[in-house]
Ligand binder design. Structure first.
Ligand code: FAD
Length: 292
């Protein structure tokens, strides 16, 4: 299913994001976990694109495997990093030929050791340009883009970042998937601001259940994500007990998702980190049942 067909009135879009494992054991474990998550019939499963284009073919291969094994649409993430426009076209053609239905169109992060993103000669500078290219030349593909309720870390301020989000949507994105957040108020403000700017596509909150606090601390520091003080204290208190961290993290995510659903979000995009356990616990607690 294309992203544009998922978020219809009365339906709820569940999506699961995974990343390409680095070993055959990792692949086996990923598919064991996806076997469990497939039972919830997600609207799509998305597969990230490695920094610097390190998973060019892997991302598409995994998407193809997912579509064949589960008959669930896959979304391939794709970035502008290190590629000319012709190389971007080549990859998009290949992805389409392999049956990929949707692209998460991203600029990507600067390569390690580089502060600023610098596009290659003949490449693209920002995700809005990638969205335009896909819309014009690959109209059959659905397009998701990234949104940042707490501002993209490289943006000078939130207002500018929001205008840049609007460029991506005006260029033809079908939906916005947000960066992970732990304070729902940031999402609600982001949603209000999108409304004011005329960004009228579905805004899908990105939720990363906390399963291991040390890992989440690294990720939130990198993304400059606000982390509730009381939650941090609870997790610090059980820093040697992974099971307790998982339980606290899952309880928090259940409540976070419950509130977002009450506030009418069109779906939830889980950053599952290739594991099913936390997502299963959350979806069961929410009595989740697929709507379409
Ligand atoms: C849902 C989601 C999935 C992701 N998946 C991946 C992945 O698979 N692989 C990966 O490497 N990374 C991934 N990322 C991270 C993403 O690549 C980084 O956050 C990256 O730094 C920005 O990408 P973007 O598409 O948001 O870029 P852009 O939308 O281009 O924004 C990047 C910065 O440039 C500014 N900007 C945007 N447009 C313009 C313009 N026209 N003129 C001037 N300034 C502009 C923005 O305000 C922002 O500060 C993902 C992020 C999210 C939220």
């Amino acid at each position: 299913m294309r992203i544009s067909e998922i978020y219809r009135p009365g339906t709820f879009g569940l999506s699961i994001e995974i990343f390409p494992p680095k070993s055959t054991d990792g692949d086996a474990s990923l598919f064991e976990n996806l076997d469990r998550l497939a039972k919830y019939q997600p609207s799509f499963i998305s597969c990230t694109y490695g920094a610097g284009g390190s998973t060019r073919t892997r991302t598409v291969e995994l998407c193809t495997q997912i579509q064949r094994r589960y008959e669930i649409a896959a979304t391939a993430h794709f970035t502008c990093v290190g590629a000319t426009q012709d190389e971007l076209r080549e990859w998009l053609t290949y992805a389409g030929q392999q049956g990929v239905k949707n692209i998460m169109a991203l600029r990507g992060d600067p390569p390690q050791g580089q502060e600023q993103f610098v596009h290659v000669e003949g490449g693209l500078k920002n995700a809005n340009e990638l969205v335009s290219l896909i819309r014009a030349e690959f109209p059959e593909l659905g397009i998701g883009v990234a949104g940042y309720p707490e501002k993209h870390p490289g943006a000078c301020d939130l207002a500018t970042d929001m205008l840049n989000l609007k460029r991506k949507v005006d260029a033809g994105a079908d939906a916005v998937f947000t960066q992970l957040f732990y304070v729902n108020d940031h999402f609600y403000r982001f949603r209000d601001e999108c409304g004011r700017l005329g960004i009228n596509v579905p805004l899908v909150p990105g939720i990363m259940p906390i399963t291991e606090f040390a890992r989440i601390k690294r990720i939130t520091a990198m993304c400059k994500t606000d982390f509730p003080q009381d939650l941090a204290q609870k997790l610090e208190a059980v820093q040697d007990d992974k099971q307790a961290q998982l339980e606290i993290g899952v309880d928090f995510a259940i409540e976070q998702c419950r509130q977002l659903i009450e506030q009418g979000v069109p779906g939830i995009h889980f950053y599952a980190l290739n594991k099913s356990h936390a997502c299963e616990m959350i979806l069961n607690a929410l009595d989740y049942a697929p709507t379409a």
